[in-house]
Design a binder for this molecule. Structure first.
Ligand code: MBD
Ligand code: FE
Length: 254
């Protein structure tokens, strides 16, 4: 049996694109250029990058509209499941001489009523001081700056890491061709990606930014939102970045 929503949505997409082809007098050469670009993005492992830059923030906003949980954010193309589970004290996996200013990231996970959520799993990934991600860019240890850890009985967590910089997305592939053609820059503001999951609660995908940082107002992925800013304090030990999460209970169907 057909799924009505699938039929509706796909037929609308089909009609929207057919209309688009007529409206812009898209020639066969234009059409083939576009399909070649998408094929090439897959060949170069950039298919997720290409689509996430343009469309993921909108889908994330639509999907999280009306939620009482903490602000959701795009996952982006560089999430890898199965990161190592840390033992306390939590320190993100890093090279002995890992570059970058030391940063502690701490916070509390609570439910809608302010009750602590203990045993929540926080799955963090972010770029190194050169703006590179392990398993995406070469010559970085497999799980560098990727890890999972769990919240305490009072819902709190603290993890040591390094401060990520603003990040320039890969320029050399098909995504670069498109952004160059549009005259856009390639930067995202400095950010830390994470997912929070706990039994009985909806999963939350978030991404946190640094107040006052570069490119907050012109992120190439247009993914900065109010409610995704760290609280920052700085002292002689480095940067202390804080953020508290609120989770909503899982709907019975999910
Ligand atoms: C990233 O790190 C990222 O978060 C996004 C959305 C796109 C490319 C690289
Ligand atoms: Fe990222």
């Amino acid at each position: 049996m057909q799924d009505n929503r699938v039929v509706q949505v796909v037929e609308d997409l089909e009609q929207t694109l057919l209309q688009f082809i007529r409206k812009h007098r898209i020639s066969h050469a234009d059409y083939r250029l576009a399909t070649d670009l998408i094929v090439e993005s897959v060949k170069q492992g950039e298919e997720s990058l290409l689509f996430d830059i343009f469309f993921e923030a909108e889908a994330t906003d639509v999907g999280s509209a009306g939620s009482q949980a903490s602000q959701a954010a795009i996952e982006g193309p560089f999430y890898i499941p199965g990161a190592p589970l840390l033992e306390k004290p939590y320190v993100m996996p890093q090279r002995e001489d890992e570059a970058g200013e030391p940063m502690t990231f701490s916070g509390v996970v609570s439910d809608l009523h302010g009750n602590a959520v203990s045993g929540a799993v926080i799955d963090v990934w972010h770029a190194d001081a050169a703006g590179l991600y392990s398993q995406i860019h070469p010559n970085i240890p497999e799980w560098n700056l990727r890890a999972r850890f769990v919240t305490e009985a009072d819902g709190s967590f603290t993890v040591e890491t390094i401060l990520p910089p603003p990040y320039e997305i890969p320029k050399d592939g098909p995504t670069g061709i498109v952004l160059n053609a549009l005259g856009r820059h390639f930067f995202r503001p400095a950010h830390v990606h994470l997912k929070v999951s706990a039994d009985g609660f909806e999963d939350l995908t978030s991404q946190l930014y640094f107040p006052g940082g570069e490119f907050l107002d012109n992120d190439v992925a247009n993914a900065v939102r109010d409610g995704l800013m760290f609280d920052i304090e700085e002292d002689e030990d480095g940067v202390h970045a804080k953020y508290d999460f609120t989770l909503t209970t899982a709907s019975p169907s999910s």
